[in-house]
Design a protein around this ligand. Sequence first.
Ligand code: 13P
Length: 252
Amino acid sequence: MELTPIVAGNWKMHKTPKDGHSFVEKTTNLLLEINHVSVIFAPPFTGLFDIDVQPPFYLAAQNCHWEEQGAYTGEISVAMIRDCSAEYVILGHSERRHVFGETDNWINRKVIAVLAGGLKPILCIGETLDQREAGETDLVLKNQLEQGLAEVESLQNIVIAYEPVWAIGTGVTATINQVESAHESVRGILKEIFPDSNDIHVLYGGSVKPANAEELIQVPGVNGFLIGGASLDVESFTSITRTVETVQKRNL
Ligand code: 13P
């Protein structure tokens, strides 16, 4: 079955709740015609509260804790996120891994908690420039997938986002060949770990913008985007979403 592409905007630490609400209202009004793409907004936690979106629009959190509740100052549980009507949780983003020291083991606990709570993890993976230059890209992706998905029974409800760390927020996009080859590796690794699972979304992230969206969405194995900088601006986010919609309609 053909997967409906996903365009997800990771706002990172941007936009107050008020700014976020106004952004979502403007964007959804401009994208009324969209019906071949799922569009996800991932505001900071405060922006998830009291915001109402209907399919094909969805909400995601950018992180969560794996425990249900307790003495975890500064953390947010899956139930709290679900209560805000979010359906997805971004996990293992490279900023969480590299700035905040999240380990694959933590990320794995979060993936399990999100699935157990009935939400969908968007598990981010990707190599650093040093790792790519050392020829370790496939090994890094394999380790991150094996460890991040340890003790997960199937790929159902899981989204993977391949985000090469060196392409995040740098304006440097991976080449078409690099993206295609990484996505092929990711699918191969997933097939080894989950031989019986159906195909799943593997998104690309890293300096996606209106100017490169058409080329990137046509790369075999790319089922959508996880966008940082360009997701903060109404015009660029709607433009990328429309491009993905147009390409998808053309391919049907
Ligand atoms: P940029 O699109 O700003 O490179 O960020 C990508 C990203 O980290 C999305 O999660």
